[in-house]
Design a protein. Structure first.
Length: 375
């Protein structure tokens, strides 16, 4: 027998159910664990949004947790939208399943219960999702089976390294020669720049100093201020309490010059945040620190994968071996005004982009054949 429960916070979830998902989270992506989701809700919640934790139980045992956020659509009276509990900080979202191999069969029942809620949702948006996993296709089919118009869409590229049992030395030998030469040259220059200290903090007495150093480096970097200033310090403390923190700090003459936040979970080292003080840019302190962090997670932690998370930044190709994509699923309810308007806007936009691409290609070909592009 399948039953669906909905909770408005982890504090309202029965302890046995929460413990079940805590265990399941140890075998999933860190962004799907209850600890991450609790912290995300506590530090980044927006006005007008409410947390909705959907729990599917089969034969009395918790099987699937789907964390979502509900928000009323401004300007559309009565319109309600449901989105994955994910934002700027989330590299992955979606359902947390106790056993993905068998729990996929229950996704249609879970989505049917959500779609049947009143007031009905005009749109359901799940992102970012791992398109290569079976859960993506299962979610897409489950939403369609509820009568929703489902449109997959691209979110971002994701570069990662398959360690494949290699040592750091073996991995280092595969790096582009340009990068290897840069690391060797800049490491020597860095050592000559002053009293250099490279520290990787996991927990303990150095933690608070490490957080202060990270924040100082971030403020002195090229990066924009965090939209939610409490999120990163709290995340660092959370990861430290769980033994997952790898906070790398480069100090030159006692001053923090570079900082990187990595999270090691379930055999994966996620490169979550990195920054350097622009005054030390000529020393490539960021690259030197990345190499030291890579050596640590490969040789000490023995990870099977290193994940650069979000974005197709050019430098990631040098360090990583593979690329995959994160996609989203936008499901529109055409029986609601907001849902129908969103569906039409999405499809018309896609049609226009397709036509623009065809016209641009035709124009380019026409110029070439007419000699207009010859010089």
């Amino acid at each position: 027998m399948v039953a669906i429960e909905r909770y408005d916070g982890f504090a309202n979830m029965p302890q046995a159910v929460l413990a079940c998902f805590e265990r399941a989270g140890q075998q999933s992506d860190f962004c799907l664990t209850p600890g991450w989701l609790r912290h995300l809700a506590a530090t980044t919640g927006a006005a007008g949004q409410s947390l909705r934790l959907y729990c599917l139980q089969r034969d009395g045992a918790a099987r699937i947790l789907l964390p979502m956020m509900c928000a009323a659509r401004a300007g559309w009276p009565g319109a309600h939208r449901l989105e994955a509990q994910a934002n700027y900080y989330s590299a992955l979202a979606g359902p947390l399943m106790v056993d993905p191999g068998t729990d996929l069969r229950d996704l249609p029942a879970l989505m049917a219960a959500i779609v049947a809620e009143r007031p009905r949702y005009s749109r359901i948006d799940l992102h970012p999702l791992a398109r290569e996993e079976a859960g993506f296709a299962a979610l897409q089919q489950a939403l369609r089976s509820c009568g929703l118009a489902v449109r997959p869409y691209y979110c971002f590229g994701n570069w990662y390294l398959e360690v494949a049992g290699r040592s750091y030395g073996q991995y280092h030998a595969t790096l582009p020669s340009r990068l290897r030469n840069t690391l060797a040259r800049k490491s020597q220059q860095l050592q000559a720049a002053g009293d250099v200290e490279i520290t990787i903090i996991e927990q303990g007495a150095e933690l608070e100093r490490g957080i202060a150093d990270y924040q100082a480096v971030y403020q002195a970097s090229w990066k924009q201020a965090e939209p939610h200033p409490d999120f990163i310090p709290g995340l660092i403390r959370l990861c430290a309490s769980q033994g997952k923190l790898r906070l790398g700090i480069v100090r030159i003459d006692g001053q923090a010059a570079a900082a990187q936040l990595w999270i090691v979970h379930h055999g994966v080292a996620a490169i979550y945040k990195l920054a350097y003080d622009e005054r030390f840019a000529a020393l490539s302190v960021g690259s030197v620190l990345t190499a030291r962090m890579m050596q640590h997670v490969i040789d000490v932690d023995g990870v099977r994968e290193v994940d650069y998370l979000m974005g197709d930044d050019g430098y990631k190709r040098d360090w990583m071996s593979h690329r995959r994509e994160r996609w989203g699923l936008a499901a529109f309810n055409p029986l609601t005004a907001d849902g129908l308007a969103g569906l039409l806007r999405h499809d018309m936009g896609r049609l226009w982009r397709g036509l623009s691409s065809v016209l641009a290609t035709s124009l380019h070909y026409s110029k070439k054949t007419s000699g207009g592009a010859a010089f």
